[in-house]
Structures are given as structure tokens and as C-alpha cells.
Design a protein around this ligand. Structure first.
Ligand SMILES: [Zn+2]
Length: 113
């Protein structure tokens, strides 16, 4: 199992009228290896029966996948978050971006002398 989906929350899962948030938990069977179980958040037991051999398998804690986005997207998010606290101050228009002012379109309809 990929560690990224370890804490993945399935908000579509529901039981009856009450909606439960589901999470994927990872267990390790000593004979068959690791397997995933989808359970409501906070209800995962430390030991779960293996779906193949029914032997007790213990829960495995792994790190969540925190690098789901590309480095470019991560850099943009970081920059955007930083601009909330300390936005970069600009004192003048950057060079090369000056656009000459255009006359207002209504001025062309005025009578000429
Ligand atoms: Zn097993």
C-alpha cells in the first residue's frame, strides 16, 4: 500500500442516515504480508484478522504521503502562503511593462474644431 492513501478520507461512505468518515488502515500479516482495511476513523483495532489466512495481523503505522504535488505546485503554494503574512511590496511598475495611456474611446466621438 502506498503511504499516501493511508489517511485518505472517503467522505462518500455512509452508514444509514449518519455519515461516517472512512480511512484506510494498513495491517501486516506475518504470513501473507500487508493489506488494507477501510474503517471509520478512530475505530481501527490494533489487531485485525487477515483476509487470506484469518491469522491475527497487527496494525502498521506508516508516514503519510506529504509530497503529493509537484515541486512547482508546492513552490507556488508556499509563495502564496508567504504572501498572506508578508506580501512583497512594490514601489513602482516593473520595467518593460509600462503601457502608454490610451485616450478614452468617447473622446474620438467628440466634434473636432
Ligand atoms: Zn495472512
Amino acid at each position: 500500500m502506498c503511504a499516501a492513501s493511508y489517511f485518505k478520507v472517503d467522505q462518500r461512505a455512509s452508514t444509514g442516515a449518519r455519515r461516517l468518515l472512512m480511512a484506510t488502515y494498513e495491517y501486516l500479516c506475518s504470513r501473507c504480508g500487508s493489506f488494507d482495511v477501510k474503517l471509520a476513523i478512530g475505530t481501527a483495532p490494533t489487531v485485525h484478522g487477515c483476509p487470506v489466512c484469518a491469522a491475527p495481523a497487527r496494525r502498521v503505522y506508516s508516514s503519510p504521503g506529504l509530497t503529493l504535488s509537484s515541486p512547482t505546485v508546492s513552490a507556488l503554494r508556499e509563495r502564496e502562503e508567504q504572501s498572506r503574512e508578508a506580501p512583497a511590496l512594490v514601489s513602482e511598475v516593473p520595467p518593460g511593462r509600462r503601457v502608454p495611456p490610451r485616450p478614452h474611446p468617447a473622446l474620438s466621438r467628440l466634434p473636432r474644431p
